[in-house]
Design a protein around this ligand. Structure first.
Ligand SMILES: O=C(O)CCC(=O)C(=O)O
Length: 193
């Protein structure tokens, strides 16, 4: 995709991709702070009648609890350094966020399966701002009807924003990789209505 500060229109949705949203030194400091200071949790989900630990660690900050995949995440107050980044994302997106999900992928075997961020409490056409810190990983999008695929390498300090009707028509995932990978932290800013 083109490296511009403008929304890119894709089939049934829009994306904004800023590979250099945060400069390296600042991204290094934020990655290290979040890695060591976050009270990371590993939740379990039910899949085909089995309870299995999610292949990643998470934390949830905001004003409200969040329910997804049968889990309830208890809201914790957002730390000041995350509020500062949230405000910069809000400026770029021209949207307000009141919550953030942090994901820690400890290595290439940690992952996120295909899903849509379409829980009713996110609103009809949610804007989701996703900041990447640490190891670069492939992010995959797939149109649910046409099968069109988009792959983006999300590197240290990159911001990807999903908007418009994208969550109605596209699934997204962070696949596992066999390549050796250092930890990656992802912050997805959202609004819980
Ligand atoms: O880690 C990522 O880039 C994806 C995160 C994601 O899909 C989500 O939190 O819904």
């Amino acid at each position: 995709m083109e490296k511009s500060r403008k929304w890119q229109t894709v089939q049934d949705g829009k994306l904004l991709y800023l590979p250099d949203f945060i400069a390296k030194e600042e991204a290094d400091a934020l990655h290290s702070l979040l890695l060591h200071r976050t009270a990371w949790q590993q939740k379990s989900i039910s899949l085909f009648g089995k309870t299995i630990p999610q292949p990643r660690l998470i934390a949830w900050y905001g004003e409200r609890n969040y329910q997804y995949s049968g889990l309830t995440l208890e809201a914790q107050p957002m730390p000041q350094e995350i509020i500062a980044i949230k405000q910069r994302c809000e400026q770029i997106c021209q949207s307000q966020f009141n919550s953030v999900l942090l994901n820690l992928y400890r290595d290439g075997q940690d992952s996120m399966g295909w899903h849509q961020d379409n829980e009713p409490e996110l609103g009809v056409n949610p804007v989701i701002a996703s900041l990447s810190l640490g190891a670069s990983r492939m992010f995959a999008l797939k149109h649910t009807q046409s099968g069109e695929a988009i792959r983006l390498e999300l590197s240290h300090g990159a911001l990807l924003v999903m908007g418009g009707t994208l969550q109605h028509y596209w699934k997204h995932a962070l696949p596992k990789t066999k390549r050796p990978k250092e930890p990656r932290i992802n912050l997805t800013f959202r609004t819980i209505k």
